[in-house]
Design a binder for this molecule. Structure first.
Ligand SMILES: NC(=O)C1=CN([C@@H]2O[C@H](COP(=O)(O)OP(=O)(O)OC[C@H]3O[C@@H](n4cnc5c(N)ncnc54)[C@H](OP(=O)(O)O)[C@@H]3O)[C@@H](O)[C@H]2O)C=CC1
Ligand SMILES: O=C(O)C1=N[C@H](C(=O)O)C[C@H](O)C1
Length: 270
């Protein structure tokens, strides 16, 4: 089979650069185009040079449609507005769309679901194997431990991150809620401030820390009577997420149109 032609959107971003590096390092895939938003300072630059791997002969462009028409897949870690649009373009081109963008709202999710009728979409708040395994462990722990064990999720990220709680924290919260057979939306507490009253039984709490250059730390705490169980993941390099995204694109290449999670692709969904 020919190398998979991948478009990296948001090429000038932290993840965009990591994705360009990951594709050039992965067998079976090539960067066929690199896209950033109109007016970005990276337009016209060589994508490989931008990513620190030397020239690859692909200039960053602000014109996605011709790039999508000639590609097999798109790697997208951008913003909710951009991802919404790119899912429509991916559906038109009937290609793979790997979505790492977090902070998506209900309307974004609806548009992505609609696009998945024609595109093969892989979407996850975290593309690492470790976090997806952690989610499976959290689901199991939440199923085994009764409501006397209060669930709290703590995350820390670098100071540039714009959304909270992180996509990963929400993914872990959903896993805990699934394990408890409850709906996350009905039990999540995202902010506590002032006179909150005592903790409501069965709630799933979130705490968000931001600072420095932290790549991504997540802990799920089960605080019970007289003991505390903590399940944690620490990402040390965002190259981890980029490599996971490229593997996801390669795995989705021969799948039917639809919306898939990383857990589906890794065989961790149960
Ligand atoms: N699922 C996962 O495993 C991971 C997910 N993420 C998520 O990925 C997203 C990006 O993170 P990060 O790389 O740190 O953020 P950055 O802000 O560094 O990168 C985002 C890039 O997207 C560009 N962009 C914005 N709008 C468009 C558009 N319409 N078309 C093309 N490019 C566009 C931005 O350009 P400009 O700056 O000029 O606006 C920027 O270059 C976040 O939502 C983050 O949470 C991050 C790591 C792992
Ligand atoms: O913005 C980031 O950096 C990250 N975002 C993802 C998230 O919101 O969980 C994944 C990772 O933790 C890094």
């Amino acid at each position: 089979m020919n190398d998979m032609r991948l478009v990296v959107v948001g090429a000038g971003g932290r993840m965009g650069r990591a994705l360009i590096r990951a594709v050039t390092e992965m067998e079976g895939a090539v960067v066929s185009a690199a896209i950033d938003r109109e007016g970005s300072q990276v337009i016209g630059k060589d994508a490989g040079e931008l990513a620190g791997v030397g020239p690859i002969g692909v200039a960053v462009s602000d014109d996605p449609l011709p790039a999508f028409a000639k590609a097999d897949g798109v790697l997208d870690f951008t913003s909710p507005a951009a991802t919404r649009l790119y899912s429509e373009f991916a559906a038109q081109a009937r290609i793979v769309h790997v979505i790492g963008t977090t902070g998506l709202g209900a309307e974004d999710e609806e548009r992505i679901n609609a696009a998945a009728r024609h595109a093969r979409i892989v979407k996850s708040g975290n593309m690492s194997f470790g976090v997806n395994l952690l989610a499976a462990l959290v689901r199991k722990a939440a199923e085994v431990l009764d409501v006397d064990y209060d669930i709290e999720i703590v995350e820390m990220h670098h100071k540039h991150k714009v959304d909270a709680p992180s996509g990963t924290a929400l993914l872990l919260g959903k896993a805990a809620a699934d394990g408890r057979k409850i709906t996350l939306d009905d039990h999540s507490v995202r902010v506590r401030d002032g006179h909150t009253g005592p903790r409501r039984e069965g709630d799933i709490g979130f705490a968000t820390l931001r600072g420095g250059s932290v790549v991504g730390d997540h802990s799920v705490i089960f605080a019970g009577p007289g003991e505390r169980l903590t399940l944690s993941h620490h990402a040390e390099d965002r190259q981890l997420f980029a490599a996971g995204a490229v593997k996801a694109a390669l795995l989705a290449r021969n799948m039917k149109p639809g919306l898939y999670s990383m857990a589906d692709l890794l065989g961790l969904a149960f």
